[in-house]
Design a protein around this ligand. Structure first.
Ligand code: FE2
Length: 266
């Protein structure tokens, strides 16, 4: 059994700034407090680490990454960070030089765990909110897969498939067929794919690969499948996920960590 935490789309701003009427830093601080309390060392369900699937910041400023670092240092377990369309790679690198980078400077890494490899991809593409995996990043992925044999888990900010929310579908991963081609020879080994970007709880499968995403810790995207020019925003509850991996299952528990209704004996 292996437990970890999936968080996404933090959209952190420099200290004191708000966005859509919310303070994303305060929202993240509350997530960190909840995770430390419920999943820190010594808790009933300790998590090995936290993975954040991108949009760490809203505008990518150095001050926002500094603010992010201050908040995440409250986590009692390691955290692994990824980039989203709202991030800036160089500013991220300056603030988090100890995080995982590949030889080309992309924020890509492989984490070896008792349940398989966790492969974190960088789909950030300058000048667009859409995502892409260029030849270099795909070659890195292919090489990592070629040198391993066991099960693996895939993490990327942009989903490789349209989900029906038109404004978000226009900024999905633009080259899903290229990713699929790299994955195809290894498909039996893929246990699960995690993504962010949509700010929504979502689960399904893509080309036979099971996937899930969760709400962000700040603003959300509404369930609105009508055609539109702008993304439908919402203030649905913020969430993170406790993910439990066992020998034959991957369980994703979404947790609305701001919910105050409490629990009781049924
Ligand atoms: Fe986002």
């Amino acid at each position: 059994m292996f437990d970890f935490i999936h968080i996404t789309d933090l959209h952190i701003l420099p200290a004191g700034e708000t966005n859509y009427g919310l303070d994303p830093a305060e929202r993240l601080r509350m997530a960190v407090e909840s995770i430390a309390l419920r999943h820190g060392p010594g808790s009933s369900t300790p998590a090995e680490f936290v993975i954040v699937t991108g949009d760490l910041t809203h505008h990518g400023q150095p001050e926002a990454y500094a603010q992010l670092r201050t908040i995440l240092e409250g986590l009692p377990m390691p955290f692994h960070l990824m980039l989203g369309n709202h991030d800036e790679r160089e500013h991220f690198r300056a603030a988090f030089p100890e995080q995982g980078f590949d030889a080309d400077g992309f924020v890509q890494q492989v984490i070896e765990t008792d349940v398989g490899l966790f492969i974190l991809l960088d789909t950030k593409t300058a000048g667009t909110h859409a995502g892409a995996l260029c030849e270099k990043r795909l070659a890195w992925l292919a090489a990592r897969l070629a040198e391993s044999e066991g099960p693996f888990f895939l993490f990327l900010h942009h989903p490789p498939m349209p989900v029906g929310i038109s404004r978000m579908d226009r900024i999905q991963l633009v080259n899903p067929a290229d990713l699929a081609a790299v994955l195809a020879p290894h498909q039996p080994r893929i246990r699960h794919m995690f993504h962010g970007h949509l700010h929504r709880p979502l689960a399904g499968s893509w080309r036979g690969i099971p996937f899930s995403s969760i709400r962000g810790t700040a603003h959300q995207v509404a369930l609105d499948l009508s055609e539109g020019e702008t993304a439908p925003g919402s203030h649905e509850p913020a969430a993170y996920a406790l993910v439990r991996v066992t020998e034959d299952a991957v369980i994703v528990h979404s947790h609305d960590y701001l919910d105050q209704t409490g629990s009781f004996d049924l």
